[in-house]
Design a protein around this ligand. Structure first.
Ligand code: B16
Ligand code: MG
Length: 213
């Protein structure tokens, strides 16, 4: 089957923002008196903001009021947004720009499929918004990753079947979503995914479009 579209996760695939999420969640966990390491953070990658805080609370076996829960979500996002305010094209991950240009020239359709409600803001900061035919983000979703809704909506808007689309993901939740939706799933930039996908790449410079298009 010829590939007609590429669907990119945002945080950790296009832009190096995963560490900012980690630092912001670590601050939240500290406020709650919960130990939170990079290993714990692996479970949060690709996971929605609400589900991330639920997972941190489960980790610390804590129960908090709804008001405090919402306050912590707001504080985490404020801290995260502050930490990415100087984001620029320099924060695009290796190989991103070349692949976007090449895929566009080949006539492929391009989409972003992200859990983040900040996705459009980030794409604007790093200056690659205009490459994408459609952007599905956390604001468009009823079911967060690992549910395939994000990628199925993307494929639908691109008028493509899942098996005509490659999904690039850095998170286990996203790989599960892509596989569940019957997309071609490629793991990028996260060695813990090596055994989870047919193809794993350290970064997008290693992707050979000519093998698919
Ligand atoms: P926000 P992705 C995900 O984005 C991140 O991997 C995850 O760490 C974050 O919690 C989630 O977005 C929600 O982000 O708080 O900005 O709405 O990897 O799916 O592009
Ligand atoms: Mg990601």
């Amino acid at each position: 089957m010829k590939i007609r579209a590429l669907i990119f996760d945002l945080d950790g695939v296009l832009v190096s923002t995963e560490h900012n999420h980690f630092i912001a969640w670590q601050k939240t966990a500290q406020t709650l008196g919960i130990e939170f390491t990079e290993v714990h953070n692996e479970l949060l990658k690709g996971v929605s903001r609400i589900d991330s805080l639920k997972k941190i609370l489960e980790l610390g076996k804590k129960v908090i009021s709804e008001d405090y829960f919402n306050q912590l979500l707001q504080e985490k996002n404020n801290f995260y947004l502050e930490s990415i305010q100087n984001l620029s094209q320099d924060h695009l991950l290796k190989g991103v720009l070349n692949l976007l240009v090449k895929a566009k020239n080949e006539g492929l359709k391009l989409a972003v499929g992200s859990s983040s409600k900040n996705a459009k803001h980030i794409l604007q900061l790093v200056g690659i918004m205009e490459y994408f035919d459609t952007i599905i983000d956390g604001n468009d979703l009823t079911f967060p990753k690992p549910h395939p809704e994000v990628f199925l909506k993307g494929a639908h808007l691109l008028d493509c079947q899942p098996d005509e689309c490659i999904v690039f993901e850095d998170a286990l939740s996203g790989i599960k979503a892509a596989k569940e939706g019957r997309f071609i799933a490629i793991g990028v930039g996260n060695p813990t995914l090596k055994n989870e996908t047919q193809l794993y790449l350290d970064d997008l410079t290693q992707f050979r479009l000519e093998d698919y298009a």
